[in-house]
Design a protein around this ligand. Sequence first.
Ligand SMILES: Cc1ncc(COP(=O)(O)O)c(C=O)c1O
Length: 385
Amino acid sequence: MPLAPPTVRPRNPRFSSGPCAKRPGWSPKVLSDAWLGRSHRAKGGKAKIVEVIARSRAILGIPDDYRLGIVPASDTGAVELALWTLLGARGVDMLAWESFGKAWATDAAKQLKLDDIRTIQAEYGKLPDLGEVDRMRDVVFTWNGTTSGVRVPNGDWIADNRGGLTICDATSAVFDMDLPWDKLDAVTWSWQKALGGEAAHGMLVLSPRAVERLEQYRPPWPLPKIFRLTKDGKLNEDIFTGATINTPSMLCVEDALDSLRWAEEVGGQPALIARAEANLAMVTEWVVARDWVDFLAEDPASRSCTSICLKIVDPWFLALSVPEQAAAVKAMVTRVADAEAGYDIGSHRDAPPGLRLWGGATVAREDMEALLPWLDWAYSEVKAT
Ligand SMILES: Cc1ncc(COP(=O)(O)O)c(C=O)c1O
């Protein structure tokens, strides 16, 4: 027998893993002071870009000797910029345990065609053996695997006295998880994730060692203009002091500023992390009380508090073929969306059929709490039909 539908809906039913929910209270009015129709290189426009960099740096506690800049093409642009400019000087370990890590490993093998690559992999739900990473090689990894909900638990596996660089795609981790900056040499993210900003631009952090690599190493492949970080063999510092490589959207810049001010108002990074962890705790309490659903991430220590991925473990569901499972999940997701109780909660197209709930800081705990009974209801309906 299907359950009766719940009566309470989340106030904000947005649970997408990107673009993620805007911060509570957001409205287009926050953009009213945007620097529109004016040059981003004029004093007022540049000041806004500099402010994004300064506020991000302060909230995240990025060390003073690390560079932080805005680059084109969202997180993908920032990651590929880092791969194309930094890789090739030494062997590289590519860590891949879900779709995005696999994409970066493909870039290294098939596009850059590096000859000394080790791909250290794991299946959806698991982390690869981090102990296999060689401190003398570069390593490329995703802090939080957005499509499997598996994150690295910490940076203890990264050597302080490493010879290689650590290149970290942190787009679904930064702000909502604590990053050990001293262990990371190149870090990237997009505004569209943790703080609910807009896509289009990427953020790129470089450690002094990454800058040294850029200045001492010239990759053998051509670099498009939007990947070039050096000028006459020296780091182009302008990029990290508000002079972007090409024209940014000043509407997105204004929106990013709003999200950063909100992050400060709620209490900075500790508060953002607490909000995300509270969402994970809420989902955990719900999962352990049910026998039809479980986390995709096997080890609680590496369970994501942002992209919370769930698998269905009911024998009825497990007996279905994979296409039937995908159809059943789709029917569930559609029911929840049609009821206006939760949008975009299906797993990523590359992941096993299941659910994915964004639990980052912009999602209110009450909304997560209100969503969960709708999942029970939708599952009971789909199973009954
Ligand atoms: C880990 C990770 N890397 C890269 C991307 C791509 O980000 P974007 O579409 O902002 O370039 C995403 C998007 O979800 C992601 O989760």
